[in-house]
Design a binder for this molecule. Structure first.
Ligand code: ZN
Length: 161
């Protein structure tokens, strides 16, 4: 390899890492396996999904058809289709949002947020960074956790018989 080629290689590598540094970050500031620009997310998601997943919005309670979903199956992220919960993890919390007492392993990451003048634990898809809801310590046994999830962020996939 000539010195000139080597320099070209270094500058190409340099440009590559500069691009990487400029890659879009989710609200948490972390990078994720699935990443799109805000414009691309807007195209891929419905306005309601975009508000929750990318803007940490909260859907109005008792609006999600998934509140009443009782069939066997799996709940996936509408941002990237990663499997997050199974139907066996769901319980009726009466809050108006689909609620789960645990998650599939590695499905989520968490951050602490101080919105609404209280400290809450926000959780987001570990694959795309999309916001899903908040986790509280008033859930049922055995975990005592309540994952309060926006239904619009979830896609239910019924188990095949
Ligand atoms: Zn996701």
């Amino acid at each position: 390899m000539t010195r000139r080629n080597l320099l070209a290689l270094f500058s190409a590598l340099g440009a590559g890492s500069a691009l990487h540094a400029a890659a879009p970050k989710a609200a948490s500031g972390k990078t994720f396996a699935v990443e799109f620009s805000e414009a691309e997310w807007k195209q891929r998601l419905t306005p309601a999904q975009y508000d929750v997943l990318r803007r940490e919005g909260t859907e109005r309670p008792f609006t999600s058809p998934l509140n009443k979903e009782k069939r066997l199956g799996t709940y996936h992220c509408t941002g990237c289709d990663q499997a997050l919960f199974t139907a066996a993890m769901k319980f009726d919390s009466g809050t108006g949002w689909p609620s789960f007492y645990t998650t599939l392993p590695g499905a989520f990451g968490t951050t602490t947020d101080n919105k609404l003048f209280m400290v809450r634990t926000e959780y987001h898809c570990s694959n795309c960074g999309g916001h899903h809801g908040h986790v509280f310590d008033d859930g049922p046994a055995p975990t005592g956790k309540r994952y309060c999830n926006n239904g619009v962020a979830l896609k239910f996939v019924e188990a095949s018989a």
